[in-house]
Design a protein around this ligand. Sequence first.
Ligand SMILES: Cc1cc2nc3c(=O)[nH]c(=O)nc-3n(C[C@H](O)[C@H](O)[C@H](O)COP(=O)(O)OP(=O)(O)OC[C@H]3O[C@@H](n4cnc5c(N)ncnc54)[C@H](O)[C@@H]3O)c2cc1C
Length: 419
Amino acid sequence: MADIAIIGAGPAGCACAYLLARAGFKVDVFEEHKAVGKPVQCTGITTAALLDVLEGMGLSLGSQKQGGRHSTSDKTTLPRFIINQVNYAHIYAQNKSSITVRLGRANLVLDRAGFDRFLKKQAADAGARFHMNTRFVGFRKTDHRETGQVKTRLFEIDLIKSSTRAKKRRGEHQQHRADILIGADGPSSAVARAAGMYGSRHFMLGYQLRLRLSNDNSVKFYPFPKGYAWLVPENTNTVRFGIACYTKPREQLELIAREQLKKSPEQLSKITINAQAGLIPIYNQNIRTEQCNIYLLGDAAAQVKATTGGGIVQGLIAAKSLAEALSKRKSYTRLWKKAIGKELALSLLIRNALDSMHAGDYNRLIALLSSKHAQAVLSKYDRDFPSQLLPRLMITEPGMILFSCRVGLRLVGRVVLRR
Ligand SMILES: Cc1cc2nc3c(=O)[nH]c(=O)nc-3n(C[C@H](O)[C@H](O)[C@H](O)COP(=O)(O)OP(=O)(O)OC[C@H]3O[C@@H](n4cnc5c(N)ncnc54)[C@H](O)[C@@H]3O)c2cc1C
């Protein structure tokens, strides 16, 4: 069995460590922070597909199966990292009109640090070894000799351990040998850079405030040209109010707070508990995700939905593909693309279309989605899987076809003009 080094103990890295350790591999996980899950740079809302994925990995969560899918109806048996469930979503247009969608399966709000700790524990229980405060800085490939013969080429991984007192400032250099190197080290992946797999990447800027704000326990989306904002309830008195856009996230969030929450920047800062920021990679199918025993996973591989910036469920699905690929000697790229490639590509197409829309287009879109038929589809089909949602929306709401054609044509026009 090969020795595997995983860089990054986020959800993708921990889930992969769990699956590989359970399959019998010797797994070492290196994380630059002293504790998993911190600092939090995530809103932590997912669809209920998260439960299906975790149960599919053999992690029993106490959720119940109804019609082949896991439901969250029995709250008492749910794991502690699920801190809230949301049954309604409101989507607001630029002209302040809105639609309300009853979510067929409740969305889950996670204690993100608690979720990462949960996955770490599963991995550690399965035998993975965690090295905290240890930062990956590079690697070399060296020949490994056994009884005078070259056996195989190994990775000599360079790490900096920062917790030792004597070398606190600079950290202590360490080396670790492995046969396989997995970069699950987030959007700016040092592994991808060191391996020459970084390619050309684009990001949205994520920024989020935790606010003391009483609310009706529904999630609210505020799409706008070239970005979107959201309000996700932790409980009836606390919300996560965030934004993803290309420029000035803080200023744009303050603008939305003024318009939608009726809060000035001063009022906003009075109710702010803390602020968090992070990069959201935009899916790019041309990023290489495997090369000579080096693999990229999760945000490091830009496996993120471009529509909503969600990457938790997608990173876990890709972790499962990677564990299967290494256990059964299959192509990782082929497996993860089969599992989520179509959905991620479609999300990117939708993001490009949304980015080409004007405020008036958003108003028209919300008007179209407010029909009874469209709402029934939105409520039934999961936004993690747009390939199921989109065609059904088109069939039930024919106005959507015309609308999509118009936006699509404009998009094509822009691409042609750019060339
Ligand atoms: C503001 C914001 C809100 C978001 N909200 C949501 C949401 O509601 N739902 C959702 O599904 N997704 C959301 N996302 C996206 C989600 O957070 C990511 O997709 C997810 O965390 C990716 O998991 P990962 O394990 O691939 O990477 P990460 O969670 O980024 O984990 C990478 C780990 O690698 C470590 N690391 C990095 N470099 C090194 C190194 N050189 N050496 C050692 N360790 C290293 C990091 O410390 C980190 O622990 C949000 C993102 C942002 C920025």
